[in-house]
Design a binder for this molecule. Structure first.
Ligand code: CA
Length: 657
């Protein structure tokens, strides 16, 4: 079923053969539970291996505990030390001007005002991390669909707003820098795809960008810090889009150092395209380029009762990487490699919100589920630790005002729901050397098929093969000829046919062959009911609620229902399965079962009738050693007056064995 094979060896050999003569010697891989290739260039001191942990402070205030790799709880400072020990060297923190209502209620989303950036920026600096400040110039989320100016700037003219943005940038940065935060880069705007701070012309955007940039330069000059200016956009997959943006900026002489992009593989195209579009900007305009946001899911589960962006049925098919911890590792390494492939101008990557885990772990099956969800909602509202609180409705009525709640990305964190780091957090360390010591596994899917007597065998041509890293594949299978010859579809039974995939993985197809229905009038479609023995007249053939066809066996009486219905057949030695389909209600604490009776034997299968068209399908499998008269049927004894229901689709077949 499992096969280990030499993909890793092959990958390592290829990179040796392809390495240019002048390149550094390949580093020694470290032992790890996951596969991470050496991302050449990621070991450079100036290569950004960053994370955006903006929501952290609000999570700590909500009572969330993060732990280190030994399971020890971490305080705020300890959390950033763990990041540093995991190979992370930069932290990105978003800042909203005034994410509060007039009464001081948080809009949520991490409650990221300047104070939060100061607190987390100091922890980061103490841990040796540099800091990217991501000014949205809004009071809440800014993205391509939303670029609303702060409340206080809503009525300003463009020139007044430009001055306000300049003053705000300078004073905010001086607060952070004088507070000891090692700001190394500032984003002037977030995902400003042709809109920014309530403006939507390139002339207005250029004026605002330049004002922000000049304020960053001034703050750097006043304090002696080395601070780069980044502009941030998204949709690298849109053909010609980044070339257009860079050209519009260049035409207006906008001063910036770094062209940054979001790149979520669910939506934003291939790594090859990313390298190409960023490379074009680096070469044409002499800019540095980086990924400011990316992420990947390790599970399709939800951890907090607020629906996730990536979930069963949503963004979960046709994926470039598996949904797994290994998939996260592969995604981060691939994305970093795509940036490094630009060359020296490719300066690194930030993973978006690796720590936005549940404030309380929510299990919908748990007896206290609703109490946990209520407690989480209270924390999202008071600490701002969900993506939006209800208080944000005054500023963002159509989105936050309707859909406010918890974390939609708890399954894309690099921590589990309980706050323990996943092995994927270590990718920022692993990419600098590559890893070794794990087994690359390939596992082929095992297939099952159901046939009726006399059908023709039709085995699948391909089965899915999953790997411990990389995307699954559908691969051709060679099925075992002897097993195929032994599969007799004229006899009820179970036949296992072995197969080998193209890459040598073992698979199998389990073929189940069921016999014909041995009962007469099994769906009550014929008026002749003489083959049935029914103990009460209120159980009879009617058109009420059939499971299939037009007729069924229906029962109802004003008093207590208590009846049996059965059909007797003579069967040769063999194994058989009896099933029927039923529904009904008003049973009180009564009992119902299907049964098989022969000689001194009675086999039963209890079931409950719990409501209209809530179908049940009790099933009994039994073996006869010689030809035997067998009665199969159903028994209902209600616990109160007025029980009702139907039985239909009785089947008695030779069973696969
Ligand atoms: Ca969630």
């Amino acid at each position: 079923m499992k096969k280990l094979f030499g993909l890793l060896l092959c990958a390592a050999l290829c990179s040796v053969l392809m390495a240019p003569v002048a390149a550094l010697a390949e580093p020694t891989p470290v032992e790890a539970p996951i596969y991470v290739p050496w991302v050449q260039g990621s070991e450079r001191e100036d290569f950004i291996r960053g994370v955006d942990v903006s929501s952290l402070l609000s999570l700590l205030e909500s009572g969330v505990t993060f732990r280190d790799t030994e399971g020890q709880p971490l305080d705020g400072q300890g959390f950033f030390t763990l990041l540093a020990e995991s190979g992370i060297n930069w932290v990105r923190l978003r800042v909203w001007n005034d994410p509060w209502d007039a009464e001081g209620h948080s809009y949520g989303g991490g409650a990221n005002d300047l104070h939060a950036a100061l607190v987390m920026g100091q922890w980061a600096t103490n841990a040796g991390l540099r800091v990217l400040i991501d000014f949205h110039y809004s009071d809440f989320w800014a993205d391509p669909a939303k670029q609303q100016a702060p409340k206080a700037w809503a009525e300003l003219s463009l020139d007044e707003k430009t001055q306000a943005l300049s003053d705000y940038t300078l004073s905010s940065l001086l607060t952070l820098l004088k507070g000891g935060v090692d700001v190394g880069m500032v984003q002037v705007g977030n995902e400003t795809n042709g809109k920014f701070c309530g403006e939507s012309t390139w002339d207005a955007l250029a004026q605002l960008f330049d004002a922000g940039s000049a304020a960053v330069r001034q703050a750097a000059a006043q304090t002696g810090y080395d601070i780069r200016v980044a502009l941030h956009f998204t949709n690298p997959e849109r053909e010609g889009w980044y070339a257009t943006i860079a050209s519009e900026l260049a035409k207006r002489g906008v001063d910036y150092d770094v062209f940054a992009t979001s790149c979520y593989p669910y939506w934003h195209g291939t790594t090859e395209n990313l390298t190409a579009v960023l490379g074009q900007i680096a070469r044409t305009y002499g800019k540095q380029v980086m990924v400011a946001e990316t992420s990947w899911a390790w599970t399709l589960e939800d951890g907090d009762g607020h629906e996730n962006t990536v979930r069963p049925g949503q963004n979960d098919t046709g994926l470039a990487y598996p949904i797994s911890v290994q998939g996260q590792a592969t995604e981060i390494a691939s994305m970093m490699q795509a940036v490094a492939d630009v060359g020296e101008a490719g300066i690194g990557l930030f993973y978006w919100e690796p720590a936005w885990i549940p404030v309380q772990v929510y299990d919908p099956e748990a007896p206290d589920a609703s109490a946990v969800l209520d407690a989480s909602r209270a924390l999202w509202e008071t600490c701002g630790s969900g993506w939006a609180s209800s208080w944000a409705g005054e500023y963002d009525p159509e989105d936050a005002g309707v859909w406010y709640g918890g974390s939609a990305i708890d399954n894309q964190a690099l921590f589990d729901f309980a706050g323990n780091p996943l092995p994927s957090l270590q990718v920022f360390r692993y990419v600098q050397t590559g890893t070794t010591g794990f087994a690359v596994e390939a596992i082929a899917e095992q297939v099952e098929q159901q046939y009726d007597l006399g059908d023709t065998l039709s085995l699948p041509e391909r089965v899915q093969v999953s790997y411990s890293y990389g995307a699954p594949e559908q691969l051709p299978v060679t099925w075992n000829a002897e097993d195929i010859a032994a599969a007799d579809l004229t006899t009820a039974g179970i036949y296992v046919i072995r197969g080998l995939t193209e890459n040598g993985c073992e698979t199998s197809c389990t073929v189940r062959v069921s016999g014909a229905n041995l009962l007469v009038n099994p769906g009550f479609e014929d008026a002749d009911m003489s083959m049935y023995d029914i103990s009460q007249p209120y159980a009879s053939r009617t058109v009420d609620d059939p499971a299939a066809g037009a007729w069924s066996l229906h029962f109802w009486t004003e008093g207590i229902v208590d009846f049996t219905a059965a059909q007797t057949v003579s069967l040769p030695a063999g194994t058989y399965t009896f099933t029927l389909t039923g529904q009904g209600g008003d049973m009180g604490n009564g009992t119902s079962c299907s049964f098989v009776r022969f000689d001194d034997t009675e086999l039963t299968c209890d079931f409950a009738l719990t409501g209209w068209v809530k179908w049940v399908q009790p099933s009994i499998t039994f073996t006869l050693t010689e030809e035997t008269e067998v009665a199969v049927g159903v028994s209902v004894v209600a616990g109160k007056n007025g029980a009702w229901g139907t039985f239909d689709e009785w089947t008695l077949c030779a069973a696969p064995q």
